[in-house]
Design a protein around this ligand. Sequence first.
Ligand code: SF4
Length: 249
Amino acid sequence: MSSNRLLGRSWGLNRGEESFLGVPVGMITLAGCSAACLFCYLAAAEAHPVALDPSAFVAIAQDLARRGATCLYLVNPEVSCHELLGEALAAVRRLEPEWPIVLKLGGHEPLALARALRPWTDAVSLDVKVFGPADAATVVGCPDYAERVRALADFWRTELGPWPGDRPTPQGVWFRHVVLPERAHGWGDGLRAVDPTGRVPVWVTLHYRPFGRARQHPVLGRRLEAAERQAAVEVARGLQREGRTVWLA
Ligand code: SF4
């Protein structure tokens, strides 16, 4: 459910996101998320949400653009008022027409959000977190996660198309996936189910680090072991042999 406010959580230049976006990206993270990921990196950090009106949001975005950000990388738009956010993004588009607007989505968000933000969205980084129903319930806290992420993937693939990866500015949708401990073998089949077309590229990282409640988890509290990393690389190679674009980070 969206609120009647636009709540900023944090913003600044960021060098840690998908490498193909260039550095730095101009990250604005909004407050509020209906998922409950064990490894939520936002939950692990201090948060003092600030109510922003659209003009304040635009001023932040323009400052990031002036400081050299390659794109606006908007995280967690789920709970903010869609109308206010749309107003702010429309103004950013008007003032910075060449500056790409990238949405970073967790995969659980309702389609209503996607429809509301579609007019100002150039690209979507769809963070496909887990694949099995058990993980959906216990790791993401969202039992119908598989259906939700599949619906979002279908929506953005249809609306924007898959990002071809060879353009100077990002346009289209790609998946991002962090390989989790004890889940290094199954993620290829999971991605095939999310995107049966095989056209959406995937940015995969093998550098999982436990955050938040995951730090106390018996399995998710550790990094990948060498054998798991190797298994994940083999999965990536299998996907590439099928013609899928997979970037390993
Ligand atoms: S989707 Fe998960 S990791 Fe992302 S903000 Fe929500 S709870 Fe945190």
